[in-house]
Design a protein around this ligand. Structure first.
Ligand SMILES: [Zn+2]
Length: 121
C-alpha cells in the first residue's frame, strides 16, 4: 500500500464514521418525531374532549370558539396560528420587556398580568 492508498483509506474511514454518526442522529430524530406525534395526538384528543364537554355544559358554539381562537392568535400582532413572545413597554418604567419575563429587568415590575397566555413560562 503506497501513501496515496493510505491517504484514501483514511478518508474512506473518516467518511464511514461520519455516515454512521449521521445515521445514528437520523434514527434519534425519527424516534423524537414519533414521540412528538404521539404527544400532539394526545393533546388534540384532550382539547377536543374538553371542548365538547364545555360546549355541552355551557351552550357555547363552534363559531364562538373559532372567534376566540382568532382573537388569541392575533394578540402577538400576527394571525399565524401561533402565540409568540413579544416585546412590550413596561407598564411602570416603559423599558422594553420580553413577554417571557416574569418581571421588568429595569424596575422589577411584576409582568405576569401582561403575558399573552396562561401557559407561558
Ligand atoms: Zn419597568
Amino acid at each position: 500500500m503506497d501513501l496515496w492508498d493510505i491517504h484514501h483509506q483514511g478518508r474512506i474511514n473518516a467518511a464511514s464514521t461520519e455516515a454512521r454518526h449521521a445515521n445514528s442522529k437520523a434514527s434519534a430524530v425519527a424516534t423524537d418525531l414519533v414521540l412528538m406525534e404521539r404527544r400532539i395526538d394526545h393533546l388534540t384528543l384532550l382539547c377536543q374532549s374538553m371542548w365538547e364537554l364545555l360546549r355541552e355544559q355551557s351552550g357555547l358554539s363552534d363559531k364562538q370558539l373559532r372567534a376566540k381562537i382568532a382573537d388569541v392568535d392575533t394578540r402577538d400582532g400576527r394571525a399565524d396560528g401561533k402565540i409568540r413572545n413579544k416585546i412590550f413597554p413596561c407598564p411602570k418604567c416603559q423599558a422594553n420587556c420580553h413577554s417571557s419575563s416574569q418581571s421588568c429587568t429595569m424596575c422589577g415590575e411584576d409582568l405576569k398580568m401582561h403575558k399573552p397566555h396562561l401557559f407561558q413560562g
